[in-house]
Design a protein. Structure first.
Lengths: 167, 104
């Protein structure tokens, strides 16, 4: 049994590395497409409404995603964790998840008929952590939420012709 | 029930405060989904089963919070926040809280 797992681990690592990086590339590609599709909804972290914005209706909108790192990167991350420093293998994962959660939040706002989201907040929660050897499930939830509003005029016009860059 | 995560209800004025209202739920997915998730864990990526689980659970927490506010006689909840904590492997507590108010 010990011998079997010793032989299996490198194979599992290689398989995880190949499929993990393929899935990551595919996800990044789909994110670019989805982001251009959801750019009509403006997401802002401001809490107070700027003067002149008259709200006609609003809804609380939520977007979430649970994502996990592949086995190879978890293993690499655990190794890097021993010496400390910047664990780069984890950064793309969280970035992907945040972008995905924002897109889902924007889609919900659009489904409710709103085009602006104010007071956007993003939270990160570790659902389950893997052991130090990189085994076991490890999921991270990214939650994005905010108040989606409809205005009686276009927010882009109210910004005074200046392009408003949201999240 | 009007629910917002801003300090006040956009376009309305708060006339009365009732205090904090909250709703929570602890959820776990059945074993089949857990096995799927642990397989997905090898290759990485989104764990759809867990995403759905948390979306459902958060909806339930919001409903419980709304019910509490209704019982108090409020018609809106402002400054809503969420808390998520994992209480055990595969089980998570979803918590929603805010301030119950009456708006005009």
């Amino acid at each position: 049994m010990e011998l079997l797992s010793l032989a299996l681990t490198p194979a599992l690592l290689l398989g995880a590395w190949l499929s993990g990086s393929w899935l990551e590339r595919r996800h990044l590609k789909s994110l670019l497409l989805l982001e251009s599709g959801s750019s009509d909804v403006l997401a802002l972290t401001i809490e107070k409404l700027p003067p002149g914005w008259r709200v006609t209706s609003f809804d609380l909108v939520i977007g979430n995603v649970v994502i996990s790192q592949d086995y190879f990167k978890r293993f690499a991350g655990a190794l890097k964790g021993i010496v400390g420093g910047n664990i780069r293998v984890f950064e793309p994962l969280l970035e992907r998840a945040r972008r995905e959660a924002l897109i889902r939040m924007k889609n919900e706002a659009r489904a409710c008929g709103h085009d602006v989201i104010i007071n956007v907040r993003i939270e990160t929660t570790t659902l389950a952590s893997s052991g130090s050897d990189g085994k076991g499930t490890a999921g991270v939830e990214i939650l994005a939420f905010g108040t989606a509003i409809s205005l009686d005029t276009s927010p882009r016009l109210l910004a005074g012709g200046v392009t408003a860059n949201g999240v | 029930m009007l629910i917002s995560n801003t300090q006040d209800i956009p376009g309305k004025t708060i006339v009365e405060f009732y205090g904090v209202v909250s709703g929570s739920t602890v959820r776990a997915k059945h074993i089949g989904r857990d096995i799927m998730a642990s397989l997905k864990n090898v290759v990485g990526g989104e764990l759809k089963g867990y995403t759905e689980l948390l979306t459902e659970a958060r909806g339930e927490a919001i409903r419980r919070m709304s019910r509490q506010a209704e019982e108090m006689g409020a018609n809106a909840i402002v400054n809503v926040r969420f808390g998520t904590s994992s209480v055990a492997q595969g089980a998570a507590e979803l918590f929603a809280y805010g301030t119950a108010v009456t708006v005009e």
